[in-house]
Write a protein that binds this ligand. Structure first.
Ligand code: ZN
Length: 134
């Protein structure tokens, strides 16, 4: 294996280590951490199939020779869904919810709630203007 290449514990694919998640059994505390600390490391493709195999067949636990806390798997699943969300979907557009249902009564230019002079047929408000926009 070339330097900086690692092997996935699930599918045994070899790739540069940056392509993998790194799960570490930190020395000497034996805490399992994600991509943090020094100790015994396992590498896993950031894919659903490899994560599933690592969890169901306990490949991660076997590779690290320790019990992997469920929080680690939860965090990895979270990583996975975040990753896919950033690929598959655009950021959601905010739905404007601050406009009142009766916004049609507001001035079309200044959007203020006060539209003076509607009683005067000759006023500029007939063309959708109001004092605030001048
Ligand atoms: Zn893999």
């Amino acid at each position: 294996m070339e330097p900086n290449y690692r092997r996935c514990i699930s599918c045994r694919r070899v790739a540069p280590k940056q392509a993998f998640w790194r799960i570490v059994r930190v020395y000497p505390s034996r805490q399992v951490e994600l991509d943090r600390g020094e100790g015994r490391s396992a590498y896993l493709c950031p894919t659903q199939s490899c994560l599933q195999a690592a969890q169901k067949k306990n490949r991660l636990g076997n590779a690290l020779k320790t019990a992997v806390p469920p929080e680690i798997y939860q965090a990895l699943w979270q990583h996975l869904s975040n990753h896919q969300a950033s690929i598959n979907s655009k950021p959601r557009e905010r739905i404007a919810s601050d406009s009142e249902p009766d916004a049609g009564q507001n001035c079309t230019r200044c959007h203020s709630g006060f539209h003076r002079g509607t009683a005067n047929p000759n006023s500029a408000e007939q063309q959708g203007e109001c004092q605030n926009s001048k």
